[in-house]
Design a binder for this molecule. Structure first.
Ligand code: DP6
Length: 337
């Protein structure tokens, strides 16, 4: 390695949305507000070697030891696109080595933690080269310009809000750490990921977002997300996990309903996703478990529950899920030991 290259290592967590960002406009602005939680156990670690140069160049981007030419190009385009807000971008020659501590085929958004780690690296370069500390808001903005959901991975609070709401909270530019004193449950939440299918999804999120522009339900979906954001925050503030759970399930199914009713339409849910959901509802009705589900843009299920439900969740998983899932990822919430 050329000695002129300086090295930085940064880590960022993935996040799971409870109110979903679905649809965007302009420069990566969301059509609607979204609320998320960091997934403590799932993180991306990226090492960057850089030098100041006369032009921008991403020399390599290795992911888990393998060169990812296309992703390197995407990062280069991203850096070009942010040069107005981050002028140093035009003068960087960079090499990246990145790894996730979670399986990339598990349906956990790796672009969120990936771009959040890169935004943290850019902030560090700004500090080293210009002696300027970027604010949390500026770093979140840089992450957003890479991948929308990444702006919510620059977070320290349990819950994070991105997007302007109708009640004077939030902005489309970056995400906010929701005040922990006001917005937290008396018990920390845990997230166990039931990996129904590990194969790569064949429809990208970007394509899915674009279908919202002409979607028949576009306006009502935006309305619904605003209303669900308001109710979700009220439920967290009131420490009401049942209301919270009903909203996150409504959001998860609404996201997939948008996909199934877009033109063209597509389906990412698998038969086993629906089987697990039915089992969960059944167990909940019988009073055996207090857990709710959410889904990302894929078939895998995130079981969300207060920590004290861990034993019940373990029994539920071993009784009903092992035959229906390829893998289980236990991921306690950020902030726990
Ligand atoms: C379903 O952030 O991956 O996970 O902005 O095009 O990179 P881009 O999309 P991305 O979309 C995530 C969509 C989602 C819901 C969410 O995380 O809010």
């Amino acid at each position: 390695m050329n000695n002129n290259y300086k090295q930085i290592v940064k880590v960022a967590h993935s996040n799971i949305a409870f109110v979903k960002y679905w649809g965007k406009r302009g420069r990566q602005y969301p059509l609607n507000p979204s609320v998320s939680m960091l997934i403590d156990q799932c993180q991306t670690k990226t090492q960057c070697s850089y030098q100041i140069s006369d032009q921008l160049q991403v020399e390599s981007f290795q992911f888990e030891g393998k060169e990812q030419f296309d992703f390197g190009k995407r990062i280069e385009q991203y850096l070009e696109s942010i040069s107005e807000v981050y002028p140093l971008a035009k003068r960087l020659r960079l090499r990246f080595e990145s790894e996730n501590n979670f399986p990339h085929s598990a349906g956990i958004a790796s672009s969120a933690s990936g771009f959040a780690a890169i935004a943290n690296i850019l902030a560090e370069i700004e500090w080293l080269e210009n002696n300027v500390r970027l604010s949390r808001e500026q770093i979140s903005t840089l992450a957003r310009l890479g991948s929308g959901s990444a702006c919510r991975s620059i977070s320290k609070a349990p819950f994070n809000l991105w997007g302007k709401t109708k009640f004077d909270l939030g902005t489309d530019d970056y995400s906010l750490d929701l005040d922990e004193k006001k917005y937290s449950f008396s018990e920390k939440l845990a997230d166990t990921i039931l990996v129904v299918n590990q194969s790569q999804k064949d429809v990208s999120s970007s394509f899915g977002h674009s279908l919202m522009n002409t979607h028949f339900y576009r306006e009502s979906r935006i309305e619904q997300a605003h209303e669900n954001t308001r109710c979700l925050l009220n439920a967290i503030e009131a420490d009401n996990f049942t209301d919270f759970g009903e909203i996150i399930e409504n959001e998860a199914l609404s996201l997939h309903a948008m996909m199934m009713t877009s033109m063209p339409s597509y389906t990412l849910l698998h038969a086993n996703t629906l089987r697990v959901i039915e089992k969960l509802k059944d167990s909940r009705e019988k009073g055996e478990i207090m857990a709710y589900f959410t889904l990302d843009a894929g078939p895998n299920i995130h079981l969300i529950y207060p920590e004290s439900q861990k034993d019940q969740v373990k029994s539920f998983v071993s009784e009903f899920c092992l035959d229906l899932c390829e893998k289980i990822i236990w991921a306690p919430h950020f902030g726990e030991s």
